[in-house]
Design a protein around this ligand. Structure first.
Ligand SMILES: NC(=O)c1ccc[n+]([C@@H]2O[C@H](COP(=O)([O-])OP(=O)(O)OC[C@H]3O[C@@H](n4cnc5c(N)ncnc54)[C@H](OP(=O)(O)O)[C@@H]3O)[C@@H](O)[C@H]2O)c1
Length: 256
């Protein structure tokens, strides 16, 4: 039996940081599988890891990649100790002005692929296995000019919390990570149509190491939600108190 950790979106940003952190702290794992499209980035990361690793380069929007992972799990007799779902993207801008393929692509990757890989890995998970899903503080309330992205992250948050409850008896723990803005390549993609991230959001920017350190601590602490900064914890509380129509209308005015 081989014990493994799987990290999607490992070629950059938060996923890359997760792979590095698991490499340092997970002695109970034999191998780390790193997944993304950019093979050369993954190979570079593999070269830095102490653990054996497996580079899986593929587009997770396509079922072919998850089918490949499923076949590998079965043939290599694996036990998945950690699944980190970090692959994801967002595109800022009005829905009707966005590209059809990119708008629906967020659903394919952030929602469908995350659900599919979780489904594929669960038969190989057991007591004390962990799933960490990258949601976002965008999950807390609908966001004009980030409509599809925020909706996909609401799905991730809702799905993760429900799954965490379902899996409690099997002692498998699911944590949804909900950071505000994080300094990564995410914004190169998010701002590609010209819509700029609000400066108040950029002011609240944190770094991938803070997100990952907090997420691992919360995952080991069996918490269902991980919010890495006090500012985003305050925002979370605000979204529980202030009617959403007021926050939505305020955000809409900032963008238009
Ligand atoms: N940065 C933020 O402000 C922020 C805030 C809250 C939540 N998040 C979430 O955190 C997660 C990681 O984002 P990040 O900030 O680390 O962004 P990032 O640096 O842009 O990383 C995104 C990762 O997803 C991978 N990816 C994108 N499309 C893919 C596809 N079709 N198939 C396979 N892999 C794909 C990318 O690799 P390839 O391009 O090589 O495929 C990359 O490794 C995302 O789910 C994001 O929504 C980010």
């Amino acid at each position: 039996m081989k014990y493994i950790a799987i990290v999607t979106g490992a070629s950059s940003g938060i996923g890359h940081e997760f792979a590095m952190a698991l490499d340092q702290c997970m002695d109970a794992v034999d191998e780390i599988w790193i997944v993304a499209r950019r093979k050369e980035r993954l190979e570079e990361l593999a070269g830095k890891l102490r653990h054996h690793s497996k580079v899986i380069s593929g587009d997770l929007s396509s079922r072919l990649t998850t089918n490949r992972i499923s076949a590998m799990l079965s043939s290599e007799k694996c036990r998945v100790r950690f699944l980190v779902n970090a692959a994801g993207y967002g595109i800022l801008g009005d829905f009707t002005k966005g590209d059809r393929k990119e708008e629906t692509g967020m659903c394919d990757l952030n929602v469908r692929a995350l659900t599919d890989i979780t489904y594929v890995c669960l038969p190989y998970m057991g007591k004390n296995s962990r799933i960490i899903n990258l949601a976002s503080s965008a999950a807390f309330v609908p966001q004009p000019s980030f409509a599809v992205y925020a909706a996909t992250k609401s799905y991730v948050l809702s799905f993760s919390r429900a799954l965490n409850a379902e899996l409690k008896d099997r002692q498998i723990y699911v944590t949804a990570v909900c950071p505000g803005p994080v300094r990564t390549e995410f914004f190169d993609v998010a701002e590609k149509l010209g819509t700029r991230t609000l400066s108040m959001k950029k002011w609240a920017m944190t770094t991938p190491d803070v997100v990952v350190k907090t997420a691992l601590k919360d995952s080991f602490g069996k918490k269902e939600i991980s919010i890495p900064t006090s500012m985003m914890r305050a925002f979370y509380t605000l979204t529980k108190i202030v009617p959403h129509r007021i926050i939505i209308s305020f955000t809409n005015r900032l963008y238009h």
